[in-house]
Each structure stands twice: as C-alpha cells, then as structure tokens.
Design a protein around this ligand. Structure first.
Ligand SMILES: NC(=O)c1ccc[n+]([C@@H]2O[C@H](COP(=O)([O-])OP(=O)(O)OC[C@H]3O[C@@H](n4cnc5c(N)ncnc54)[C@H](OP(=O)(O)O)[C@@H]3O)[C@@H](O)[C@H]2O)c1
Length: 290
C-alpha cells in the first residue's frame, strides 16, 4: 500500500469506485492538488492509482471493509456500481459510525425522471440512505456519460456499425472528466453542502449524431440503427434476470421526457469552464474503435 509523505494533518478523502471512469479521474485530480486520498478497490494490487494514494481493499457491497475504509475519514466521494441502493445503505452505516462530515454522491439525473423505473428508484433510494447517514450531502445527478458510446466498440470494429440500445432521443451527454471535475469542486470548495446538481454537457445530440461524430473522428462512415425496445428488453432481462425492471428501464430510456434533454449550467458553475464536447471524447478514445 502506497502512503503519502508530507500529508500528515490533512483531512482524509475517501473515494469509492476509485478505479472507474469518474473515480480514477477524481483521485488523480485530488492527488495532484495535494489532497490526502484513500481509494477503495476490490483488487488494490491492480488499481494502478497514483503514488501516494492509500489504496485499501474492499467494496461498497462489503460492510466490514467499509468500516475500516471510513476510519479517520471526514469527506467522501461515493461512486457506486451494481446494487446502488444496497451499497448506499452500507455506505451510510459506515459513514454514520465514522461521523463523516460531508458526502459527495455520484447519483443520477434519472431521480428526476417523470416515469417510474428501476434506475430512478435505485438512485432515489440511494440518496435517501446517504442523507440518513447524518453527513452533509452533495448530490451530482448526471445524464448519460460520453463513455456509454464505448458500448459500440465491438460493432464499430467488426462491421463499422452502431446499433443503439437506448433509442435515439436528443439529450446532452456529459464527459466523465467533467463529472470528476465537478466532484473535486464539490469536495474541496465551500458552498456545495446540501446542494444537488443536474450535470449535462452543452450539446444536444442524438445517438445517431454521436455516431456521426465518432465516424468523422475515425475517418469512416458508420451505419446506424436503433434496436427495437422488445429486443433491448430481452437483452437487459437476460443480463439481470429481472424482466419487469427491464421493461420499465427500457421504456424510460426511450422516453423523450428525459431530465438530461436540456443542458444545464452546473458544470460551468462548479468548475468555472465549459463542459467537454463529445468530439473531444471521441478523439481521445479513437484507438478503442480501431
Ligand atoms: N453511465 C451512465 O450513463 C450513468 C448516468 C448517470 C449516473 N451514473 C452513475 O455512475 C455510476 C458508475 O460510475 P463509473 O462509470 O465511474 O463507475 P464504473 O467505472 O462502472 O465502476 C467504478 C468501480 O466500481 C467497482 N465495481 C464495479 N462493479 C462493481 C460491483 N458489482 N460491486 C462493487 N464494486 C464494483 C470497480 O472497482 P474495483 O474493481 O476497483 O473494485 C469499478 O472500477 C453508476 O453506477 C451510476 O450510479 C451513470
């Protein structure tokens, strides 16, 4: 375990989901600015996080590991993956016991969705659990990530095609870099406790427009099609085993009334700069698709 030199006396920031898309970027940024960071990972030996980060073994799904991970922690960035509501309950128990002061939680804009569905319900439940911990909260509520288009890697490589699973309604997807930047601002600046932010990019794009931008970046024309909802339900139900949830989640993802359809100013307000456009994500990740 790498321990930071010269960070004695600084408050400890715990990051869960630390090896993932948002968490890894946030850990890097916090470390660069001299913060003392503890990162949770199920496989610390493979985490590959910067020198000085206190990488500890565990998971939000494992309450015993959380009790240890929260020791001495005043502030936490919570990113969950899998059983979001159940993991949030575990986080809340450990945070209460450790008397954590402030939790920044990567939630989801789906909590504001007018249709009832599992993704929204899970994140609403998670926000309630984290509120019940007694810590001050900041909820970051993003719409779809730019990185969701990495679902297209195999079909782009194999056949130059994109088959879209979430319909083709316009929305303002967000870059993981902007989410990490917003999280770092919420963790390190005053004024964000008790707040919730809907985070989007600046551009309103359909999936087809994202595929076109990706194709331009790769220098090849990509064919585009939208998978019928019934087909997507079969795939989701096959993965999760929960057909009822698959039906409501797919219906919600295909509905035009998504809360991320209108760009917000939250990234600019939190970070002081414009959100990254999808074109930049495509350029940075082009090698994945080649
Ligand atoms: N994708 C979207 O469009 C979207 C939109 C709105 C909100 N969100 C929120 O963002 C979250 C994902 O953030 P992200 O993309 O940064 O995370 P991620 O990259 O999917 O995963 C973060 C880390 O979580 C750990 N992990 C993965 N599966 C796990 C499991 N089943 N149990 C316990 N730990 C697990 C892994 O770390 P180790 O292997 O090191 O333990 C992984 O690196 C979603 O769960 C959702 O709450 C996503």
């Amino acid at each position: 375990m790498a321990r930071a030199a010269g960070l004695e006396g600084l408050t400890m920031i715990l990051v869960t989901g630390a090896t993932g898309k948002v968490g890894r970027e946030a850990v890097g940024r916090l470390t660069e600015t001299g913060r003392k960071v503890r990162a949770l990972s199920r496989t610390p030996e493979e985490a590959g996080l910067p020198e000085g980060v206190d990488v500890v073994a565990g998971s939000p799904a494992d309450p015993d590991s959380l009790a240890a991970a929260f020791t001495g922690v005043t502030t936490a960035l919570i990113v969950l993956s899998g059983d979001v509501a159940g993991q949030a309950r575990n986080i809340a128990v450990a945070a209460t016991a450790a008397q954590v002061e402030h939790i920044v939680f990567l939630s989801s804009a789906s909590v504001l969705h007018p249709l009832a569905h599992g993704i929204a319900d899970e994140h609403r439940a998670a926000e309630r659990e984290i509120t019940a911990s007694g810590a001050a909260t900041t909820f970051l509520r993003p719409g779809p990530f730019h990185a969701n288009t990495s679902w297209w890697v195999k079909s782009v490589r194999d056949s130059g095609s994109v088959r879209c699973w979430i319909g083709n309604n316009p929305g303002a997807p967000i870059d993981e870099y902007d989410l990490a930047s917003a999280a770092v601002a919420a963790l390190t600046q005053d004024g964000h406790r008790g707040k919730a932010y809907v985070l989007t990019g600046d551009e309103i794009l359909t999936s087809e427009e994202q595929a076109r931008i990706l194709g331009q970046t790769l220098g090849r024309r990509l064919s585009f099609s939208v998978a019928p909802q019934e087909e997507v339900v079969e795939v989701f139900a096959g993965i999760t085993g929960d057909r009822a949830a698959a039906v409501t989640n797919v219906a919600a993802l295909h509905s035009p009334e998504v809360p991320w359809a209108t760009p917000t100013t939250a990234v600019r307000d939190l970070t002081g700069r414009d959100p990254r456009p999808y074109r930049d994500w495509a350029a940075a990740n082009a090698a994945l698709f080649r």
